[in-house]
Write a protein that binds this ligand. Structure first.
Ligand code: G3P
Length: 214
């Protein structure tokens, strides 16, 4: 299972979480990555943890003030990027452009979507993976894998129908090892989570719990 921890703009210590994730990753077969804010990518990557960007824009080098260039996050040490997170929605053409930009820079891609229909559209753009996240469950602590298993199964089926090469992750409310196991049982190859680690009093313990049953 792939455990991708999105730090959003939570007031956490990205380096402490990165070090904890790197250490826990060494104790498990699970793959663990951290997606900090863009300005923290270089320092987070310096800890040795697998580092992802939270977003890249559908642009190339040039006059794009305030945008995030895929090559720059790759230079900073990111190896992958989220695209179209529920908190940073893009038009379909821009999702496509961001996937192309990430491919150009050698970044792995996870395109987020709300439901199985959007997952099918996202999978058609040829990312490495898609992630289904019902927005109403994000940040609630109520895990999608247990509260809405149908949406995860529907996403797996939708992606498989469009492109069997595209992996499916799920996210929203995931915070325990049982949630991760439930996600895997539904056909998900990984989980995308944030508050369960970024807002935890003890991020190391939270990460250990997430991967304990794997
Ligand atoms: O990107 C992960 C996310 O949106 C889920 O957030 O806090 O419910 O784990 P959370």
């Amino acid at each position: 299972m792939f455990v991708l921890v999105n730090l959003k703009t939570y007031p956490c210590d990205p380096l402490a979480i990165a070090r904890a994730a790197r250490e826990v990753a060494e104790t498990t077969a699970a793959r663990i990555a951290v997606a900090p804010q863009a300005a923290h990518i270089e320092r987070v990557a310096g800890t040795g943890v697998e580092t992802w960007a939270q977003h890249v824009d559908p642009i190339d080098y040039g006059s794009n003030t305030g945008h995030t260039l895929a090559e720059t996050v790759a230079d900073a040490g990111a190896v992958g990027t989220l695209i179209n997170h529920s908190e940073n929605r893009l038009k379909l053409a821009d999702v496509d452009g961001s996937v192309r930009a990430a491919d150009r820079a050698g970044l792995e891609t996870v395109v987020c979507a709300n439901n199985p229909a959007q997952i099918a559209a996202a999978a058609a753009l040829g990312p490495d993976a898609v992630a289904v996240e019902p927005p109403e469950l994000i940040g609630t602590g109520t895990p999608v894998s247990q509260a809405d298993p149908e949406i995860v199964e529907g996403a797996v089926e939708a992606a498989e129908h469009v492109d069997a090469e595209v992996s499916v992750l799920c996210g929203a409310g995931i915070s325990t090892g049982d949630d991760v196991v439930a996600a895997g049982d539904l056909g998900s190859e990984g989980v995308l989570l944030a508050s369960g680690v970024a807002k935890a009093d003890d991020p190391t313990a939270a990460l250990e719990d997430l991967v304990a049953p794997l």
